[in-house]
Structures are given as C-alpha cells and as structure tokens.
Design a protein around this ligand. Sequence first.
Ligand code: UT7
Length: 319
Amino acid sequence: MFSRITGTGSFLPGAPVSNDDLARRGIDTNDDWIRGRTGIRFRHLADTGQTASDLGFEASRRALDAAGLQASDLDLIIVATSTPDFIFPSTACLLQGKLGNHGATAFDVQAVCSGFVFALTIAEKFIRSGSHRRALVVGAEVFSRILDWNDRGTCVLFGDGAGAVIVEASDTPGILSTALHADGAHHGILSVPGSVCGGKVTGDPFLRMDGQAVFKFAVRVLSEVAAECCDAAGIASSEVDWLIPHQANIRILEATARKVKMPMDKVIVTVDRHGNTSAASVPLALDEAVRDGRVRSGQKVLLEGVGGGFTWGAVVVEM
Ligand code: UT7
C-alpha cells in the first residue's frame, strides 16, 4: 500500500500588502531593506474576523475539487498550525465541521514552519498502515495575530494563508520517502514564549527570533535533510525535478539550493509574494506550481520544512 497526492489547493486572504504599505502604516522600514535581506515584496494579511480554519476551509475545498472528492469521502483530516482558532477544540475539528465531514479522524499538528511536512508524513504513515484511505492535509496560519508590529525585525517577514493536499491510498508509490527531526535544545531562537493562565496572558505572546541563529540553523538542516530524504528514496538530488523548501527568506532558499546542488530554476519560490506563511508555505508553493503547470504528473518533488522547536523534515514525492 502506498500513498499519492491526488489534489492540491490554496488560499490567500485579501489583497497583497507591499513593503511600502507597511512603511505607510508607520513601521520604521523600507522596501530596499526588506527586499535586499529577505526577497519579500508582498504578503497577505487576514481580516480580524478570519481564522486559520476559515483559510484552511477555502484551500481544502479547492484541493477536494482538484481530487474530484467530497468532504464526506475523507477519513483523516490533519491541520498543521501554530495559530489555531482556539486553545481547543483543534482547528482540524473546526475545519471538519465547516466542511461537513462527520466521523473522520481529525487532529492538529504543532511543528511550526515544519508543520506541513510533519502532517504529510503522519498521513502517509496512517495510509500505509491500512487504517485510513483518504486524507486531507492542511497548513493554515494567521501569523499576523502573533506578530509584534513594533518589532520591525520580525513583523515584516510573515504573512497569512493556507495550503492543502489530498493524499490517497494507491497501488503505486507517490510519497517515496520521509524524514523528520527535532532538537528542543534550540527552542529559544524562535518562539512565542507566552501562554494563558487565570484569564490573563502570561509571558510574551509575540513571536521572538534570533534571526541570524535561525538563518544558519535553517540552511544547515535543510541541506542535510534533503540529502537524507533523497538517499532514503534511492535517488540522487539531480533526479529531483523541483525543490520546494519552506519559504522563509530567498537567501535561505538560495543557500540551500547551492548546498544540495540544485539550480534556482528548479526551486519553487513564493516568498517574494507571500512572505513567510509558516506551515502554509510549502503547500501554498506546491499548489501554485501545480496550477501553473510547472509541477506535472510523474515528476519528483522534494518538499522541505524547518521551524521553531527546532523542527525540520523533508518528503520526496512522485506526483
Ligand atoms: O521560519 C523561519 C523564520 N525565520 C527566518 O527566516 C529568519 C532568518 N533570518 C533572517 O532572515 C535575517 O536574520 C533577518 C532578515 C531576519 C535579519 O537580517 P540580518 O542581516 O540578520 O539583520 P539584523 O537583525 O542583524 O539587523 C541589521 C540592521 C539593524 O540595524 P543596525 O543595528 O545595524 O543599525 C536592524 O535594526 O537592520 C535593522 N533592521 C531593519 N531595518 C529596516 C531590522 N529590521 C529592519 C527592517 N527595516 N524591517
């Protein structure tokens, strides 16, 4: 028993917000700095009433349509998010309710920007075990909610959005290999170190980051896990048609591509228009490349995530 991706979908809220728009809103920044350091030109920001499950719902409907399925056909729903609608119930259950599915296994995964790669790997293992046959795997984020808009070193980097895939049981392999890792010793370099206690926020409810430490860590583990996952799939990196890394920063993408010896014209890039959408970034980029015809049936795609925790992982997929 194998598992294949049979449909993709994505959703971005509202109109693109440019770097100049952020400066006009009073953030002490400029287009030259943001573009030069990160490659980001635009991001999308959800309205105050829009939640992760709302964005996930739109992406999921598109993925279901692409796969030719109804929500009632699903027996597994996994949502990767660090910005859930509520403490509980899970965003996956809220999404399930909106989709009108009754009875499927549904739960959230928290692995920050690696969340989608973790969730896809979990879905693959459920399907390969024979316990489930049709999974919806979603990355959905409203990171704008946890940004300190007075911290120009972080607030300009992130955006909101959602991406989704349908994964189905198959006689022929689709997902060829997976690799997941974490090291909690590095929890302090990227975190939202706050909580809720007795009706009040305790600690700090905003995203905090040591940008340079994250940068170095991300490039190292993204190149290591790419090699590990290609080895596990029994392929050379030159046989990968498309690399889709977590979209954090164009310089991280370029450094990773150099290390894994892939030209940038084989790397799917959306960070320039989406910013960093955390767990949503990989499925958003995959859906864009499927819909514009770059990623085609039969091609091999290497998906990679890295994020707070620290967590990192990769999946090699034959589409
Ligand atoms: O999912 C993982 C998410 N995390 C990441 O992707 C982050 C990885 N790290 C990075 O991409 C980079 O470290 C950053 C883009 C975040 C920052 O670049 P940097 O080269 O490490 O800059 P820095 O933090 O050392 O700051 C350099 C200067 C500082 O000014 P001074 O002290 O040299 O005068 C900052 O105050 O840039 C200033 N600065 C800004 N200027 C204009 C910081 N943020 C901004 C800003 N606009 N938005």
